[in-house]
Write a protein that binds this ligand. Structure first.
Ligand code: HEM
Length: 537
């Protein structure tokens, strides 16, 4: 039916249809045949070879042989949970998105937290950015807010994404180190792509070693658009604020935990949800009038910049509660497919060149990761509202679309007009005016790479500054190439002479000119093991 009314249980009820309880059941083949024997293959004679006709043996081994799918090309290791989201008050003034209108409606959500660069088997507490992806199963279709726990990003233009990821993933000759901030390629990329300065400050700070997924902020990073019923648009940045506050580990704790309990984060949040202590996050928005687009010294389309909260306060508009663990890690956590291009009416994009690249990349990777064009039919990815179109066929097709008409427009199946008007909820792209010459270039307004990085440094307390100096010294101290080290020192002299001088001294590089001589004393926490003369700890 076309019924679109949803409640907090809508997704759970849909998933119920797919749940299978194998407990206490006798084994059958995939064809439903009960088997009398499962421990011995069919042989020609007691000690003879296994026979081709052993369909049970072949089915069992074949399935096993094909059980692995590629891990995500980034964000491979994750943890996910179900919950719901509820708005505090209608956001009608800014957006027509239905799930942001009615404070009595609880929209089902599925959230996946992840580690960006580590592989699927990495330890939970490594120094890295974390993903924070939320799928809202709304009555108008799935809306995905695919964010990170850091409000800015490494690069400005998505064409560089393969480069940054190659440089940060394990070094390709021997996969040592495994996706770490302590490798030559990481720092070589940083020094040669100075737009990364701001993000690197966050990555070297305590924010990159969260205490728990429950104590982590989330950010949409890009500037998006809200569009209201009247067609008026606003720029918007999304935030998640954890009810428990934002907390980090210190590096020493993180390292010890990595060794003793590499599953620390996923275990902790799983156990809390199991005992009814439900993680909560408030959704915040920073909203900017279109007229104010050029009011700032930075470009609001530049994902290496945040919007200062003193100028544009974060308005808290609703709360998300995660109250149910998954039944099956593979079926749900692994098979979920997020995409920043999954939007609903009232939410739209901007021309941020990083966002534009993302709009291409997610479906493209999921086509191979999830095996063809029908992954939207996997239980976790299905919208809770009905969906109809004339796409058919392809690997793994589940639905049986009836009738002979598989094209639009048509009169035979009554699909003319085939689309919904805007008033009926049809998605209409915001009619932004664009003009210009086709060029490959970086806008002049994207060229300041250091001001916000410096603001970040200046906003840190003394212990936080010490942690950042320690992090630079520890991570960069492991780099083998002396030129790369020096390039990084010279680069971060643009952020803070105090910072660059302190870690230059610690790693035996040449401090930048004018950096002062007693700066090492600001970092008493830095012990001898962290200098380049000692082996890794
Ligand atoms: C995952 C591409 C930037 C957040 C992914 C995946 C790809 C990708 C290919 C794997 C998806 C999958 O296998 O299902 C890109 C590209 C980017 C970019 C091309 C830049 C041009 C960002 C940024 C953020 C982000 C800026 C944060 C705002 C995430 C998250 C996931 C992810 C959270 C994991 C989703 C999940 O839990 O399944 N990205 N990404 N990415 N990306 Fe990005």
């Amino acid at each position: 039916s076309d019924k679109r009314k949803i409640n907090e249980n809508s997704k759970d009820e849909q998933l119920e249809f797919f749940r299978v309880d194998d407990q206490g059941k006798k084994l059958t083949t995939n064809q439903g045949l009960k088997m009398a024997e499962d421990e011995f293959s069919l042989k020609a004679g007691e000690r003879g070879p296994t026979l081709m006709e052993d369909f049970h043996f072949r089915e069992k081994l074949t399935h096993f042989d094909h059980e692995r799918i590629p891990e995500r090309v980034v964000h491979a290791r994750g943890f996910a949970a179900h919950g719901h989201f509820q708005i505090y008050e209608s956001m009608k003034k800014y957006t027509k998105a239905k799930f942001l209108q009615n404070p009595t409606v609880k929209t089902p959500v599925f959230v996946r937290f992840s580690i960006v660069n580590g592989s699927r088997g990495t330890a939970d507490t490594i120094r890295d950015a974390r993903g924070f992806a939320t799928k809202f199963y709304t009555e108008e279709g799935n809306y995905d807010l695919v964010g990170n726990n850091i409000p800015v990003f490494f690069i400005q233009d998505g064409i560089k994404f393969p480069d940054v990821v190659h440089a940060f993933k394990p070094e390709p000759d021997n996969e040592v180190p495994n996706g770490s901030t302590a490798q030559d390629t990481f720092w070589d990329f940083v020094a040669n792509n100075q737009e990364s300065a701001h993000m690197i400050m966050w990555i070297m700070s305590d924010r990159a070693i969260p205490r728990s997924f429950r104590m982590m902020e989330g950010f949409g990073v890009h500037t998006f658009r809200f569009v209201n019923e009247m067609g008026k648009a606003y720029f918007v940045k999304f935030h998640w604020k954890p009810a428990l506050g934002t907390h980090s580990l210190v590096w020493d704790e993180a390292q010890k935990i990595s060794g003793k309990d590499p599953d620390f984060h996923r275990r902790e949040i799983w156990e809390e949800i199991e005992r009814g202590v439900y993680p909560e996050f408030e959704l915040g928005v920073q909203i900017l009038d279109e007229e104010d687009e050029f009011k700032f010294e930075f470009d609001i389309l530049d994902s290496t910049k945040l919007w200062p909260e003193e100028d544009i306060p974060v308005k808290l508009i609703g709360k998300m509660t995660l109250n149910r663990n998954v039944d099956n890690f593979f079926a749900e956590t692994e098979q979920v497919a997020f995409h920043p291009g999954h939007v609903v009416p009232g939410i739209d994009f901007t021309n941020d060149p990083l966002l534009q690249a993302r709009l291409f990349s997610y479906t493209d990777t999921q086509l191979i990761r999830l095996g063809g064009p029908n992954f939207h039919e996997l239980p976790i990815n299905r919208p809770v509202c009905p969906f109809h179109n004339n796409q058919r066929d392809g690997y793994g097709r589940q639905t049986i679309n009836i009738g002979k008409v598989n094209y639009h427009r048509n009169s035979l199946a009554g699909n003319t007009p085939s689309t919904a008007s805007e008033q009926e909820g049809g998605y209409v792209h915001y009619q932004e005016k664009v003009e210009g010459k086709k060029i490959r270039a970086r806008s002049e307004s994207f060229k300041d790479h250091f001001s916000q990085a410096t603001l970040f440094w200046n906003s840190m307390s003394k212990p936080e500054k010490m942690h950042i100096i320690d992090a630079f010294s520890f991570e960069l101290g492991k780099v083998k190439n002396e030129s790369v080290k020096q390039q990084v020192v010279d680069m971060f002299a643009n952020v803070s002479l105090e910072l660059a001088t302190a870690f230059a001294i610690n790693i035996g590089a040449v401090p930048p000119k004018g950096g002062g001589s007693d700066i090492k004393k600001t970092s008493p926490a830095l012990s001898q093991e962290n200098t380049k003369k000692k082996p890794d700890t």
